[in-house]
Write a protein that binds this ligand. Sequence first.
Ligand code: GDP
Ligand code: IMO
Ligand code: MG
Length: 443
Amino acid sequence: MPGTSVIGLQWGDEAKGKLVDLLAGEHQIVVRYLGGANAGHTVRVGASTYTLHHIPSGILYEGVQNIIATGVVLNPKTLLEEIRQLASRGVHCEGRLWISDRAHVVFPWHLEEDRLINEAMVVGEKLGVTLRGIGPCYRDKVGRTMAVRLGDLYRPALRERIVEIARVKSRMLSGWAGRPVELDGDRIYEEYRGYAEQLAPFVRDTNAFLLDAVEQDCRILYEGAQGALLDVDHGTFPFVTGSNSSGVGVSAGAGVPARWIHKTYGVVKAYSTRVGGGPFPTELENELGQLIRERGREYGTTTGRPRRCGWLDVVAVRYTARLSGVDVLAVMMLDVLSALDELKICVAYELDGRRLEHFPSHVDDLRRVQPVYETVPGWRCEISDVRSYEALPLEARRYLERISQWVGRPIALVSVGPERNQTIFLENGQSGHAQPASSRCTA
Ligand code: GDP
Ligand code: IMO
Ligand code: MG
């Protein structure tokens, strides 16, 4: 199984960082292939907590090579800060971190654009972006005329290009802001030349590197960021991020054909959370939601915002598991639910009096659905010290079995705390009883 991917199946923060850290030791290369500083992946190793925004979670293993691939939009300033912070804790990136020269670069105008649009759009629900310039940078990538890739920072015409873009962007941003916005192209050029020099030892053609690696059967782990419901095409548009964050985006972002990805882990939090705006059918805007938030410490890793919490939604997860080509599930943060008498699983929706088992394509419909819940008994004992499936309370096992059945995938592991050892590995997805997806063609 040389190619493995890890995909969040909800709205991000499913504890992908923990899973990637668990799997990284069995791989030679770990690849981040999308998003940028909007991501915050937490890895706990003993008493130490590492928060990674751009850098793959494999960096904590000495023998592992780490790639920031072409699909990432990178902010060189925050990336250098991440590299420095890791170094100050004894984790050195030199010779183990490679950044694609094709990756697009986030500039100050992207941050300003994110902020201005966020303030200017006042009608309707806000997207609630992370203000890391992600959407504007991807927009420029697709627009092409004002895009700068990492490799461009080393080319002779850079000053002219940055000065020119800054001039045009100043005019655009002034219009949006309704006041003069002056971007100093020469100053930005000097700043980015400085970053480029510091990043030079890490920059390479990662497409070539990865294509060689797959043909040599290297063991590669693809680290998803965000979650499949935030996928710009297939998620809860427009309340999504700027890239294909479901499983279908791995190949495009990494620059590796999908045939080289042999196993996909779908990461599912045992309940649901969402940061920012957008519909959330199972949201609990009450004391129960607050209890889950406090027990799960559900505050944004990147922005510190309180995360919205709710019951697990298997209509959504079944959709994203199928969309992402998931083979097995990793159910995370099961311990957080230990305080509850009973748990609800959203197994279908009701819309205009009709039962809906598919995830709606339009956000207006998703806003109107009523969740149909299956209620199961909770377990009122802490499980963070449990290390085997059999030792879990019967109710916890039943909850996992129902998840596996509804999603139609076996469970490979269950996480009961943030530490590496707070993990229960299941052989052959033994909780499974997974029903194969229907083979009937209904198209
Ligand atoms: P990611 O973006 O998907 O990597 O997830 P985040 O790092 O943003 O959020 C997950 C949080 O949950 C982090 O603080 C982890 O340390 C923590 N965590 C991971 N697994 C577990 C678990 O099984 N139980 C609990 N209570 N916390 C966990
Ligand atoms: P990780 O990798 C949770 C959300 C933002 C916002 C929407 C768009 O840690 O799981 P953006 O700044 O990307 O344009 O914001 O997407 N979002 C995330 N939510 N976890 C993330 O990353 C996220 N990255 C973006 O909150 O609603
Ligand atoms: Mg996160």
